[in-house]
Design a protein around this ligand. Structure first.
Ligand SMILES: [Zn+2]
Length: 96
């Protein structure tokens, strides 16, 4: 282990930060009911990577905790891939 950093984030915070960047970029979105289950947005995932790079360069707290830009974009990729193309909570409700 290296020297502890001031903005060390835990796994949950890293996931939420990556998700937030994807949401801000439009690569992920949430439904009109504000369910906490993001799904694929209208924008290409590339837009999230671009936003990540901008935040990384500006030292934004959302990005800086990842240590490297590569770790940030990898995490965003994982978050987007884990999401479906519609709100899973709404889908579940409709099928009941
Ligand atoms: Zn929903």
């Amino acid at each position: 282990m290296g020297v502890a950093k001031a903005h060390q984030m835990n796994e949950l915070e890293l996931n939420l930060s990556a998700r937030q960047i994807a949401l801000d970029a439009g690569a992920l979105q949430v439904c009109d009911w504000d369910h906490d289950e993001p799904f694929e947005g209208d924008e290409d995932p590339v837009e999230a990577y671009k936003l990540a790079a901008v935040l990384w360069k500006s030292g934004d707290p959302l990005a800086s905790g990842f240590g490297t830009l590569r770790r940030l974009t990898d995490r965003i990729k994982t978050e987007i891939e884990a999401c479906g193309d519609s709100c899973s909570l709404c889908d579940r409700r409709e099928s009941e």
